[in-house]
Design a protein around this ligand. Sequence first.
Ligand SMILES: *[C@@H]1O[C@H](CO)[C@@H](O)[C@H](O)[C@H]1NC(C)=O
Length: 178
Amino acid sequence: MGRPGMQMETWVLFVAFGCMCVGQALADPLYFVPVPAVWESGAQVRFCASLLKVDKNDKHKMTVTLLSPELNTTLLQKESNQDFHTCSTFLAPLVIKDTVQHFQVEVIGKKMYSRETRKVLIRANKPVTFIQTDKPIFLPGQTVYFRVVTMDTKLRPACRKYDIIELQDPHVSYNLKY
Ligand SMILES: *[C@@H]1O[C@H](CO)[C@@H](O)[C@H](O)[C@H]1NC(C)=O
């Protein structure tokens, strides 16, 4: 007479345990998308994305997006009903001052929806400007040829626009429109 009771208990335990397993296996695949928290403006950024414990009957879609007030950029989009590990590179946005943007990972399946957003800091390159004239010394009335080159900290040409370039000497000041 004790035996049916035992079976009942075992069955109850099994259901409870079974439910937990189903909940974890079907609803919650694991995903990891590590990315550096600080990026350098215009530099290459590499990140890897992993999706694990995927239910084979449920296709999951992972979308990695960089969000800014002006522009959302899709960095990775992958659909799969199998575990995957994939890496990707992209160029960090060019910014002229340190900027915080949002790195978003969204995973959608039939039985799950997850969206996580992390802040990333994009550091501006402090540019250096060189001004060069064609000669070190000029005679009165001679034409002065000059060039202006702006480079970032890695000596790559920086995209800058100058509205006014001013030439000064102790007695007179010229405004040259550029
Ligand atoms: C970028 O995406 C966010 C959230 O998905 C949305 O609220 C925002 O309007 C989008 N911005 C642009 C510029 O498309």
